[in-house]
Design a protein. Structure first.
Length: 367
């Protein structure tokens, strides 16, 4: 894993070789919520506690696990295993190993993933997919710190830090009888809740910039610039596919954009039809609220009217409207907009909504 900018950017090693993976290949900690999460992760990392990372597909769970390993001080390897990738018949042999002749096709002995991760960290992705019989055996390994290969009776000691991940609610799985409560407690010693991308909007544009630079190097082109309209579309979109979807959108935009500028028409967000210059009519974005569609129509009208300072006027409108809606409460306004209070105060002062002295009074009242 590569780390830069004081661990604010995490990337997968050899990310280019995983082009078809649904995994997130980069994770940026820029949003206030993300920075808070990073601090929590780095407090957990040096301990020996098992970690359970909970988050949607494509949010960067493996990157979190790799960062925990990198900051753990453990000298062994990081080994990542997708529990849903193996059939129920093979998962035991994959995790715990097997002896020669243990089953048809087992021509020689083979160590499992626990042995491979000895001295390091084992990342079990989609742990909720493990069948119940395997959950019992996993619990025993975590309790006894030793594995028994399939076809053997000899226990093998292992020193492994376990990080598990899931995109399902394990508490509901326990209630439904699909996941063992005792294993859930064993895994959930140090929980890490990884928010979906739309819940950390401050990370969206920095990730866009990262993927623009990443793919323009692979495509051997000059870095295009984002038009203000494209930037607004990217920031407003809900990103149901999280970071992986964002990467795909940026990659495609770099392939089709013209004249060194990425426009909304180049983004091709699912369900969104944005006409190119000269084309007629726009179809509102699928999944967007009527409010966003109305804003889009209003922006287009301003552009068609050749209104001056469109971008600054829209910014002013966003902050003044949100501040009024939240009854001039800075904490609530910042939360509604998904930004930090420091950024909010800067913008409020910029647009004359508060003065320097008023900022301190309101900040004290909000606290």
């Amino acid at each position: 894993m590569n780390e830069s900018n004081t661990a604010r950017l995490l990337t997968l090693p050899n990310a280019g070789q995983a082009a078809l993976s649904i995994r997130a290949k980069a994770l940026i900690f820029h949003d206030v919520k993300s920075l808070r999460l990073l601090r929590q992760i780095e407090l957990i990392a040096p301990s020996e506690a098992n970690v359970l990372v909970i988050g949607e597909t494509g949010t960067g769970k493996e990157l979190i696990a790799r960062h925990i390993h990198a900051r753990s001080g453990r000298s062994g390897p990081f080994v990542a295993v997708n529990c849903g990738a193996f059939s129920e018949n093979l998962v035991e042999a994959e995790l715990f190993g097997h002896e020669a002749g243990a089953f048809t096709g087992a021509q020689q002995a083979r160590a499992g993933w626990f042995e491979a991760a000895n001295g390091g960290t084992l990342f079990l992705d989609e742990v909720g997919d493990l069948p119940l019989p395997m959950q019992v055996k996993l619990l025993r390994v975590l309790q006894e710190r030793q594995v028994v290969r399939l076809g053997s009776r000899k226990p093998i000691p292992v020193d492994v830090r376990l990080v598990a991940a899931t995109n399902v609610n394990l508490e509901k799985a326990v209630q439904a009888g699909h996941f063992r409560l005792d294993l859930y407690y064993r895994l959930n010693v140090a929980p890490v809740a990884l928010p979906a991308l739309h819940e950390r909007p401050g990370d969206i544009l920095p990730l866009v910039e990262y993927f623009i630079d990443y793919y323009r190097q692979r495509l051997d082109i000059e870095a295009p610039r984002l038009s203000p309209e494209a930037e607004a579309e990217l920031a407003a979109y809900g990103w149901p596919g999280n970071i992986r979807e964002l990467e795909n959108v940026v990659h495609f935009a770099l392939i089709v954009c013209q004249n060194g500028v990425i426009t909304p028409a180049d983004l091709r967000l699912p369900g969104l039809v944005v006409p190119r210059p000269g084309e007629q009519g726009a179809v509102p974005a699928f999944g967007c609220t009527d409010g966003l569609a109305a804003i889009r129509a209003g922006v287009r009208q301003l552009l068609e009217d050749d209104a001056p300072d469109v971008y600054e006027r829209i910014e002013n409108l966003v902050f003044s409207t949100a501040f009024e809606y939240c009854r001039e409460n800075q904490v609530r306004t910042a939360r509604q907009l998904g930004i930090s209070r420091n950024i909010l105060r800067t913008q409020l002062k910029r647009f004359g909504l508060i003065g320097d002295g008023a900022a301190e009074v309101l900040a004290a009242a909000d606290a």
